[in-house]
Design a protein around this ligand. Sequence first.
Ligand SMILES: [Zn+2]
Length: 338
Amino acid sequence: MKDILKQFVEISAPSGREEPIQKAIRASIQPYVDEIRTDSLGNLIAHKKGNGKKLLFDAHMDEIGFVATYIDDHGFVHIEPLGGHNPVNLPFQRICFEYGSKGTIGFESEILSKNGADRKEVSFDTLYVDIGARSKNEALSKIRIGETATYDSPFVDLGNRYMSKAMDDRIACALLVKLIQTLQTHHHDLYFVFATQEEVGLVGSKAASYGIEPDFGIALDVTATGFEDTPKGLKRVPMKLGAGPAIKIQDRSMIANHNLNQWIQTVADQNRIPYQFEVLPFGGTNGGVIQTTKSGVYTTCISIPTRYLHSPSEMVDVMDVQNTLQLVKAIAEKEIVL
Ligand SMILES: [Zn+2]
């Protein structure tokens, strides 16, 4: 699991540029599934044949990133976000462009001192990327307009916890790969969607789900942690690391199916797998678009609690990862009866 996770998080593949991670996942699961295909949006869809109803597991392959918009006369690269970034977190982070150029996100500290501790001025208007170029021409020889970039932040094993960029949502990609590789028996007709462009509006999953027409949908994604987890954690968010997978109650994209959630709790209880509940006052997952596919799908989301979301240092707990794998395995083995 650790090896797959390290491999996946270190691949640079932001929204719209998922091909490198798509190829890595395909190579890892091809021998274990009955059918595998890539659609026109780049979604990777694998099928393991079973009985009766269709159960869809979804994880998104893309990660947040940046796109180069123009290069100024000093050779600085200006960027726009791909997915949700809080600009305040960005000064002096290192990033790596699609064709290998590296740099740091620059920010003129005079703006900070002028405004004291107020960081309102930190925005995509005032941030730029310094790739070490001495001129516009030198920068243009290294970077193309439209080229994407991601955080340059490798995987770190902290013992009981793992830290890296792109845990969102490669941790779930790694979990599904491990599930596919190790599943001995299963009940339903299983579909695995490794979706594109989640971070820019749940794009790939919507099309994939429409084509599959599942009876049941389970999105796997990360979720935020709050006041029980870190010193100044969010008051409205009770989730924490180490307390097991989080069964989604609701977020801004969906209210999860209550009966499916109750069935999942029964499965977790029978297998003595710890779990917590997730009520997230912001954000959404692919569950939101799976749920409204065609005439509707019984859908929920199982989340891996993650600290410092959308940063270069997203952190997960090893036991949560193992327990989430045990839970999705137990779900896939049984017939869902609601
Ligand atoms: Zn995500």
